[in-house]
Design a protein around this ligand. Structure first.
Ligand code: ZN
Length: 221
């Protein structure tokens, strides 16, 4: 029997999943976090994840999912020879898309959650701002939730608190949760591996900064 008061957060150490981690801490009695290595170029995101999990006081597990990078090519997050798409191509996801990433991450998380006796899974995916990634869409998450429950005969619930929020609203949520400064200073969202405000040039930095500027303007800071 899974515990409905506990949650496992898929946690990368970025802005979105850190906001989700603190959201989960507010919503559930017991919170765990799981972080993956998947052959990403910037493995220092793992260091940020470890540190934030420690600050948050949650049990943290690091899992090696680097088989993902061994079965794909052409992804600019895992292959140093591929130059990153600056804009999203019209007819396909940008080459920062890691095919199957959320499928594997959530499936592995569910198996581990079953081991922990944990009913709830939390992921920071969303389709408001960056719908170029099909595995961030609500329809995929709902479908996977059904499949995972069928696969293990369990009643997992996948929570996506950021699904319909834009970056400005995600900053606002971090602020409400009392972790605005922690998210701003300690998280790593930048595709070039620079912590906090990042390189300022990559698509992830631009998106993050635009949301931050909107939030700061709105709150007159
Ligand atoms: Zn950047």
């Amino acid at each position: 029997m899974l515990d409905k008061d506990s949650a496992l957060v898929v946690f990368s150490g970025g802005q979105d999943s850190t906001t989700c981690l603190y959201w989960a801490k507010r919503e559930f009695k017991k919170v765990y976090a799981i972080t993956y290595t998947y052959g990403q170029k910037h493995s220092n995101e793992v260091d940020q994840a470890r540190e934030i999990a420690q600050i948050a006081g949650v049990e943290w597990k690091l899992v090696d999912a680097s088989f993902i990078s061994s079965i794909i090519s052409g992804c600019s997050l895992t292959d140093t020879s591929v130059e990153m798409d600056k804009e999203k191509p019209i007819d396909s996801p940008p080459n920062t898309f890691v095919p199957g990433r959320n499928l594997f991450f959530l499936s592995i998380a569910a198996v581990h959650a079953r081991e922990l006796g944990c009913m709830n899974l939390v992921t920071g995916v969303g389709q408001a701002d960056y719908s170029g990634y099909p595995d961030c869409h609500d329809s995929f998450i709902r479908s996977l939730n059904v499949s995972l429950n069928l696969a293990m005969d369990e009643q997992f619930v996948i929570h996506t608190p950021l699904m319909w929020l834009n970056k400005c609203e995600i900053w606002s949520m971090a602020d409400e949760l009392g972790v605005f400064d922690l998210v701003r200073d300690k998280t790593l969202t930048c595709y070039n591996g620079i912590v906090g405000d990042g390189c300022g040039e990559c698509p992830a930095c631009k998106l993050r900064r635009r949301g931050l500027e909107q939030f700061l303007m709105k709150t007159r800071r």
